[in-house]
Design a protein around this ligand. Sequence first.
Ligand SMILES: [Zn+2]
Length: 341
Amino acid sequence: MIAGRAARLRAAVAGNVLTALLVLSTVPTLALSGHGARAAGRAPAPTTPLAPPAASAPAGAPAPGKAGAPGESGTPGKAGPTTESGTPGKPGVPGKPGVPAALYRIVGCRSRGAIAYRSGPHLREVALSFDDGPAADTPAFVSMLERARARATFFMIGAQVNSGYRSLMLRELRDGDVLGDHTYSHPDLTRTGGVREQLLRTLGVIRAVSGYAPCVFRPPYGAVDSSVVQTARSLALATVLWNVDPADWARPGTSAIVQRVLAQVQPGSIILSHDGGGPRGQTLAAYPEIIGALRARGYRIVTIPELLGFHPVYRPCVKLCSAIGVPRSKLGRGAIIERAP
Ligand SMILES: [Zn+2]
């Protein structure tokens, strides 16, 4: 199933310039334009009625070590995953000298649901999301998250993604952060055409640079209609909005950002903030306190795919394993292991 989808995606994107691309990636790099800076605007109210979150989202938060056995019953876990057949040797023989443990590399995630998600299940979990990067401040956000031992979902503008960000994006993936599609040039998709092109071009460049295929998409300004959501679904992307918005793009001050987030947050919240689109020092300074306060309230901080019960997809690692490969015991929850191509 995933193979068919990936093949369709590859076929759809194929046909352009090939510059430095990962061996793992079969999608050509698209021609890049350097610009991308834009003024972040306040999101208008979404035009699509929002359905409740997926019914089969994770209950009880299975431990990360459970990977390989797809966690949630009734989910696509059964459909595509294979075990590590195709890899030489047995995976992970810990402690046995001379037998290297097999490593796995994150290559994407698998979403579901033809709706626009605004939040996750009513559990003691919240997801942080940062839009409009990669940008000058993004490395500092990644460092901040590393120090806080927290993970986030980064919705990237395709026009800003290039091979200069490769090591940063690999670092994000190694940390367990998630990369999402935020369109190629940040238009209001309900007013401009070319939705499919906007999404596909961004998928292509993220995959070419990082080897990771996003499964979540955030519409600029939160502007969606059912046609946008369906187009995203046809590209295996779930449309994800938010229900906590501190309007950090307007730079209201670090303490205002902290207070707004903590005032709005509730179980299952998706928190919107920005790592790009302008100087983000206030946002950056706010998050250590936000993360600390959320944990003090008993919240686990998870990625958006985790919050929504989507499955991370891994392949046996053949390249860049020292940078990004993880042993089986460290795979994300509900992990799907694909056969090597
Ligand atoms: Zn944006």
